[in-house]
Design a protein around this ligand. Structure first.
Ligand SMILES: Nc1ncnc2c1ncn2[C@@H]1O[C@H](COP(=O)(O)OP(=O)(O)O)[C@@H](O)[C@H]1O
Ligand SMILES: O=C(CO)[C@@H](O)[C@@H](O)COP(=O)(O)O
Length: 557
């Protein structure tokens, strides 16, 4: 049999990328990135120019198709292989990134009658404008003693499906009525490839409160939210829910024309970016935490029992690797915080000097920040620039930096922001480790580990754990390709399980980041200070952040 390949397409926050992978060893033969032409739509609607309220974050579904149109043919061209040797394709996506579609699967925002209504568009994972709905949902679920709540660390997030749908019910009931299905973007793109709609068990479990044994919450629960939602699981959330690793269907003729692949190529069911990355670093057993580090961080861990962990995003049977309970937690902003500082927080001289030195601002700041010892900046920050996903699950929390003086330098602030995100990760590791889901090893993948060695050393020191790094530029895409190979199956030159695929294809770098004992000692003290601030601002002792947000809302109305 000739050499076989699979393609993984990773849909990130700003761009989508296709990677063509050799199935015998996991090597990335070709990759290509397509920045989304409309990016993240968080200021004005592209059609009408209507201003969006803050906390909104939308996307354009055609941008996802653009990735297929541009990046898939490009990797085929770069690799110079016969498209018939690409036996499978898998995709992974940010989540919960959701959209309303009509009975033909057409996104409402593609239709002239809905294109000017912001609720007809894709709501990106970091759309945080459904916090009121999430708060009410959590109160109602707690009052009713809904047994799903502990599976989600005690709180359903405003980032997820039900809160987002309920916002549409409240603010645009006409869009709700016109919607045939609410879908995850990952399932919608797969349906465009195969011509057939199925839901994947991963997003259904983590983002739509679905359980392998119990199904969705009851009609009574949805009715208690809003009588208009009573039947939603049989109507707008209907659809077969199938396990990761399943073949969703085959590439249609039309999509074959568009991508250059062969019609009939096996297409895996949709997956989530962070979850797809886990087998791609070879993690298929418990005890190993995988951090997908980019705009945000998702923390993924396998377990054998369902236990309650404060503020985790969820525990889902078969949610990451079949046969295990998959645990997920996360931080809503990590790279995004560094980017905010680079874009909005540095003086002009930093940009000038970086330009003169011929390096990016991140690199310029990182080089200078590396000269400081832990504690030397005198600064400490709370990493809540985009709220707190775990363990507090509260998007209304905001950022703090303590310790400024007239001598504070931009690189010190940058280092402090790097450190603050490491403390946020430590909170998550502690929550799992001390509650029956051990974290013995840590793996990192995503854009950040390759770009910033200082950041990774800080994470090793703050967590006091050695960190292994993926030997791949595009780990989630490689994971998605593995699932594509499993969808094709061994008879076609792929694999029969993702565990088999991981054995052959997963790769981590030989060099690791090891904790440095003297740094660990100082960071332990700083982490105790972080914890004090974390609980003071985050657990109700002082709700100043929420009062400020309230004032801001009043002022902007
Ligand atoms: N040298 C750097 N150090 C730290 N962060 C960086 C650096 N370069 C880029 N970033 C951050 O990386 C993030 C993008 O990560 P990436 O993994 O490529 O994207 P995504 O999360 O969308 O998949 C951005 O938020 C950006 O601020
Ligand atoms: O929330 C999830 C997964 O559950 C992510 O899709 C979301 O944090 C976005 O991830 P990125 O930082 O864009 O890779």
């Amino acid at each position: 049999m000739s050499h076989k390949y699979a393609i993984g397409v990773d849909y990130g926050t700003q761009s989508g990328r296709a990677v063509l992978v050799d199935l015998s060893n996991g090597h990335e033969i070709a990759d290509h990135v397509t920045p989304y032409p409309h990016g993240v739509i968080d200021e004005t609607l592209p059609t009408s120019g209507q201003a969006l309220e803050h906390d909104w974050a939308l996307q354009h579904p055609d941008d996802y198709l653009e990735v297929l149109r541009r990046s898939v043919p490009e990797v085929l061209k770069q690799a110079g292989i016969d498209p018939a040797d690409v036996i499978g394709l898998g995709i992974d996506f940010t989540a919960c990134t959701m959209l309303p579609v009509d009975e033909h699967g057409v996104p409402l925002c593609f239709k002239p009658e809905w294109e000017n209504n912001p609720h007809g568009w894709v709501k990106l994972w970091k759309h945080h404008a459904a916090q009121d709905e999430a708060d009410r949902l959590n109160a109602i679920a707690a009052e009713r003693g809904e047994k799903f709540l502990p599976r989600y660390g005690g709180k359903i997030s405003s980032e997820w499906m039900v809160a987002k749908i309920w916002q549409i019910v409240n603010e645009a009931p006409e869009v709700y009525d016109a919607t045939d299905l609410f879908t995850e973007a990952t399932d919608w793109v797969v349906s465009q490839l195969t011509g057939k709609f199925v839901r994947n068990s991963c997003t259904a479990g983590y983002k739509s409160i679905w359980h392998k044994q119990d199904g969705y919450p009851s009609k009574e629960f949805f009715k208690a939210l809003d009588p208009r939602m009573e039947q939603i699981t049989e109507t707008k959330l209907r659809g077969d829910i199938v396990a990761l690793g399943t073949k969703s269907g085959e590439l249609t003729e039309e999509m074959a024309q568009l991508t250059g692949l062969k019609a009939g190529t096996a297409i895996a069911v949709g997956n989530v970016d962070a979850h797809a990355a886990v087998p791609a670093v070879g993690v298929v057993t418990p005890g190993k935490l995988v951090m997908a580090m980019g705009t945000s961080i998702c923390h993924m861990l396998l377990g054998t029992e369902e236990v309650e962990v404060e503020g985790m995003c969820g525990v889902v049977e078969d949610g990451i690797i079949p046969g295990y309970l998959g645990y997920e937690a996360g931080q809503s902003a990590v790279g995004d915080i560094f980017e905010w500082f680079v874009e909005e927080g540095v003086p002009a001289y930093v940009k000038d000097e970086a330009e003169k030195a011929g390096v990016g601002v991140h690199q310029w700041l990182t080089e200078r920040a590396s000269a400081y010892k832990p504690g030397e900046t005198g600064l400490l920050a709370l990493d809540w620039w985009n709220g707190n996903r775990s363990v507090l699950v509260d998007t209304n929390l905001t950022g703090v930096i303590v310790g400024y003086s007239l001598l504070t330098k931009p690189e010190e602030v940058y280092r402090t922001l790097l450190e603050s995100t490491a403390y946020g990760t430590r909170k998550i590791i502690d929550a799992f480790h001390h509650n029956g889901v051990p974290v013995d090893e840590v793996y990192a993948c995503g854009g950040l580990p390759q770009r910033n060695a200082l950041l990774m050393q800080i994470y090793a020191d703050v967590t006091n754990r050695e960190i292994k790094v993926a030997d791949s530029k595009q780990t989630p895409a490689v994971g998605a390709a593995m699932f594509g190979a499993v969808a094709a199956g061994s008879a076609k030159g792929g694999y029969d399980s993702v565990v088999d695929a991981a054995k052959a294809m997963a790769r981590v770098r030989e060099d690791t980041f090891k904790p440095i004992p003297e740094n660990v000692a100082v960071y332990e003290r700083l982490y105790q200070e972080y914890s004090e601030l974390h609980d003071y601002f985050g657990r109700g002792a002082n709700d100043v952040m929420k009062r400020l947000k309230g004032l801001k809302d009043e002022a902007s109305r």
